[in-house]
Write a new protein. Structure first.
Length: 62
């Protein structure tokens, strides 16, 4: 249980750092697939959360 809480705490701190890579990835996908601006915004938010979770899990278990 404590590991889950630690991971979520790391995620909160990493959210701000992962915004820039998520924006870059979403823009790259937008150029390749030609998606709408609304979908691009949603994709950026989802990528930010996913990247933050991945990095925080890696930090927690290494």
């Amino acid at each position: 249980m404590i590991e889950v809480i630690q991971t979520l705490m790391y995620t909160i701190g990493i959210l701000l750092i992962m915004v820039y890579p998520a924006i870059r990835i979403a823009d790259w996908l937008s150029e390749k697939i030609h998606i709408t601006q609304a979908l691009d915004d949603k994709l950026t938010i989802i990528l930010t959360i996913l990247l933050s979770l991945i990095v925080s899990v890696l930090i927690n278990y290494t």
